[in-house]
Design a protein around this ligand. Structure first.
Ligand code: ZN
Length: 55
């Protein structure tokens, strides 16, 4: 299971998403666009996840 927390990426935000990678990426994309006005591509979010997991 993948966990994605906004606060881990420098946002002052309580948003957290967990579940399947595809689902987490989609939820985070929608969240950052709506709440932070930032559009991340799927690939960028995948890189963020991988970097955090040290892969
Ligand atoms: Zn956020």
């Amino acid at each position: 299971m993948t966990v994605f927390k906004c606060s881990d990426y420098g946002f002052e935000c309580d948003f957290k998403s967990e579940g399947e990678v595809e689902q987490v990426i989609e939820e985070f994309r929608i969240h950052t666009e709506e709440e932070h006005g930032i559009e991340y591509s799927k690939e960028v979010i995948m890189q963020m996840l991988l970097r955090k997991q040290g892969l």
